[in-house]
Design a protein around this ligand. Structure first.
Ligand code: TYM
Length: 334
């Protein structure tokens, strides 16, 4: 029996992934490479929806790929590739954008949030159609499950709607994908402002922990994480969001339940909890950082691995795109 298909993507828009990316998505990617037929891409086409310096984009795309391998993705057990290496993504995005209502696209909250910063008039059309490109990423691979954080839920709903609409109009072409979102890690909070998610665009440097960050800095940031005045180590999302976030991170990285942590740290004080958590995070990231550096030391080999991934990805994306062209009524070239 064939394994269910999984696909997910991550943007190469920072010098490192952060703890939210790692717990909300990447760890599930690593776990799913054995239970699923897994495809993971570095989404450079998505990155250019906001201005990017070309040299920096190239660098960050390699750093992103190196971190994926560093975090445990194994090219023999899954397919890791760069989105722009598979031209079918952009092609399917165009076809799907012609199936998407303008009003439907206008309801995407991520566009509203991101364009609010610069003003909707100066935001690119690419930022507006971003979720349609994401739908293309997913649908090209006949994906069953998409492991992501909570912030991607609406984009997945759009993806499902587009797949259903296309199948209805043109005949069964796409698998209808399901989001795979783990409640406890779906929204890792900013360490300085636990009411918002940890985010490379919205968080202050003090609120975000990078996978590639040096241990002293990780310890400092966790030590200064915002908690509250009552000093009780207990999870309560509403009244104690800061402590809850720390407990969830701790639990996700060690496998010890939040309830067990509450019990173990009862009466211990925030300082002790933070100190221990800092070591947990440092220990989790040290091997990833080391392997990432090793991967980056041999760019030729890294590029080779990505070329290999792209070739495998095209073997799946190509036939899907051929079916789409045919269903739409495009004449095949003689
Ligand atoms: P991106 O690059 O912003 O983030 C990558 C993944 O990290 C998750 N994430 C979080 N999870 C928990 N807590 C947080 N604070 C947190 N911050 C980020 C995101 O939910 C995501 O899963 N649009 C996508 C990239 C994309 C994609 C795709 C994903 C493009 N095509 C196809 C899935 C399938 C994005 O911007 O992710």
């Amino acid at each position: 029996m064939s394994r269910p298909r999984v696909l997910s993507g991550i943007q190469p828009t920072a010098d490192s992934f952060h703890l939210g990316n790692y717990l909300g998505a990447l760890r599930q990617w690593v776990a799913m490479q054995d239970s699923h037929d897994a495809f993971y891409c570095v989404v450079d086409l998505h990155a250019i929806t906001v201005p990017q310096d070309p040299a920096l984009l190239r660098r960050r795309t390699r750093v992103a790929a190196a971190q994926l391998f560093g975090a445990g993705l194994d090219p023999d057990r899954c397919t890791v590739f760069v989105q722009s290496h598979v031209p079918e993504h952009a092609e399917l995005a165009w076809v799907l954008s012609c199936q998407t209502g303008f009003g439907e696209a206008s309801r995407m909250v991520q566009f509203k949030d991101k364009s609010a910063k610069s003003g909707a008039d100066t935001a690119s059309v690419g930022l507006f159609t971003y979720p349609i490109l994401q739908a293309a990423d997913i649908l090209l691979y006949q994906t069953d499950e998409v492991p992501v954080g909570e912030d991607q839920r609406q984009h997945l709903e759009l993806t499902r709607d587009l797949a259903q609409r296309f199948n209805h109009r043109y005949g069964r072409t796409f698998v209808i994908p399901r989001p795979y979102i783990l409640a406890d890690v779906a929204k890792i909070a900013d360490l300085q402002d636990p009411e918002i998610k940890m985010s490379k665009s919205a968080s202050s440097p003090q609120g975000i922990i990078d996978v590639l960050e040096d241990p002293a800095s990780i310890r400092r940031k966790i030590g200064r994480a915002v908690t509250d005045a009552d000093a009780e180590i207990r999870a309560d999302e509403k009244t104690k969001p800061g402590v809850t976030n720390l407990l969830r991170i701790y639990s996700a990285l060690t496998g010890e339940s939040v309830a067990a942590l509450e019990k173990r740290y009862s009466g211990a004080g925030y300082g002790t909890l933070k100190k221990d958590l800092a070591e947990v995070v440092v220990d989790a990231f040290a091997p990833i950082r080391e392997r990432t550096e090793q991967m980056l030391a041999d760019e030729a080999q890294l590029d080779q691995m990505l070329a290999h991934g792209a070739a495998r990805a095209r073997k799946v994306a190509g036939p899907t795109m051929a079916a789409v062209r045919d269903r739409i009524g495009f004449l095949s070239p003689a």
